[in-house]
Design a protein around this ligand. Structure first.
Ligand code: UGA
Length: 261
C-alpha cells in the first residue's frame, strides 16, 4: 500500500529546517506521497522550491486559516486548534483525486515532530485505523494504547486489541491519542466522506472527535510491537534567536534577501 502523508505547514523562521527533517525521513520510505498543505492565501516560492528539489513524490496544496482562528502572537499556542483546515484540504484532495481502488493509508504528520523510519513500516498495513505510542506529548514521557496481543489462544481472541490507554491529560477522551499516534486506511476515509477535523472541537479533542466518526475502540489495530515501542516523538521547536536580524532589518540590512533559509 501507498502511504499518503498529510502535513500542514506555516511560515516561520524555522519552517524550512523542520520541513527538511521530515523530508529526510520520507526519502527513506518506499511508495510514499507527501501532501504538503501551506497555511497561506497562496503557495509560497520557498515551499515550492523546497518540494521541487525534495526528491519526494508530492502534491503542494494551500489553505489559509481565517484570521479569527489564528493563534494571536502573545497567546499560548494551544488557545486555537492548528492545522485543521489544512488537513481537511488534503482529505478533500484525496477524495477527489486518489484512485479509490489504490491500497493506501493516510497519516497526519505535523512538520515539527521526530519520526523514525520504522514507524512507516508499521503503519503501511492498516485495515482501518492503526495506533501506537507517541513520545513526549500530553505532559508525559509517553502516551500509549494498552493492548492485548496474546498469540496461540482461540482464533477469535487472537487478534491484537486495544483495551485502554495510558495518558496523563484528559484520559476520559474516547481516543486519547495525539495526531502522530494513528493512521487510517484510505478506503475508510472515502467511505466516510464527512469525516474531517473541526475547528469547533474542544481544545485537545480534535483527534478523538475525528476518530469517533470512523472507528470503534474494538476495531483499532495496535502496532509497534503491541504498542511497546516509541517510533514517533511529539516535538515543539524553540524559536530561534533573531535578535540581531531584527536590528539589521531596521537598518535595511536583512540577511536573507535572495536566499531561502
Ligand atoms: C498538537 C498536535 O500534535 C497537533 O497535531 C494538533 O494540531 C494540535 O496539538 C492542536 O490541538 O491543534 P502542537 O505541537 O501543539 O500539536 O501543534 P503544532 O505542531 O504547533 O501545529 C500542528 C501542525 O499545524 C504543524 O504541522 C504546523 O506546521 C501546522 N500549523 C500550525 C499551521 O498550519 N498553521 C498554524 O498557524 C500553526
Amino acid at each position: 500500500p501507498t502511504i499518503f502523508v498529510i502535513t500542514p505547514t506555516y511560515a516561520r523562521p524555522n519552517q524550512l529546517a523542520e520541513l527538511n527533517r521530515l523530508r529526510n525521513v520520507l526519502l527513506h520510505i518506499p511508495q510514499v506521497w507527501w501532501l504538503l498543505v501551506e497555511d497561506r492565501e497562496e503557495k509560497s516560492e520557498l515551499v515550492k522550491n523546497f518540494l521541487t528539489h525534495s526528491g519526494v513524490p508530492h502534491t503542494h496544496l494551500h489553505q489559509p486559516t481565517p484570521p479569527e482562528w489564528k493563534v494571536k502572537d502573545k497567546s499560548p499556542r494551544w488557545t486555537k486548534p492548528r492545522g485543521v483546515l489544512q488537513r481537511n484540504a488534503a482529505l478533500d484532495w484525496l477524495r477527489k483525486n486518489a484512485d479509490p481502488h489504490l491500497p493506501a493509508v493516510v497519516y497526519f504528520a505535523d512538520d515539527d515532530n521526530s519520526y523514525s523510519i520504522e514507524l512507516f513500516q508499521e503503519m503501511r498495513w492498516t485495515s482501518q485505523v492503526s495506533v501506537w505510542p507517541v513520545g513526549l506529548v500530553g505532559g508525559v514521557m509517553v502516551e500509549r494504547p494498552l493492548c492485548l496481543c496474546r498469540q496461540g489462544v482461540e482464533p477469535d481472541q487472537a487478534r491484537p486489541m486495544v483495551t485502554g490507554w495510558l495518558v496523563g491529560w484528559k484520559p476520559e477522551r474516547p481516543f486519547p491519542t495525539d495526531m502522530a499516534g494513528f493512521a487510517v486506511n484510505l478506503r475508510l476515509l472515502l467511505d466516510n466522506p464527512d469525516a474531517s477535523f473541526s475547528l469547533e472541537s474542544e481544545i485537545g479533542f480534535m483527534e478523538t472527535d475525528f476518530l469517533s466518526r470512523i472507528v470503534t475502540k474494538e476495531e483499532l489495530e495496535p502496532k509497534a510491537e503491541c504498542c511497546t515501542k516509541v517510533l514517533v516523538w511529539h516535538m515543539n521547536a524553540v524559536n530561534p534567536n533573531l535578535k540581531d536580524e531584527v536590528r539589521l532589518r531596521q537598518l535595511g540590512r536583512q540577511t536573507d534577501i535572495g536566499i531561502d533559509v
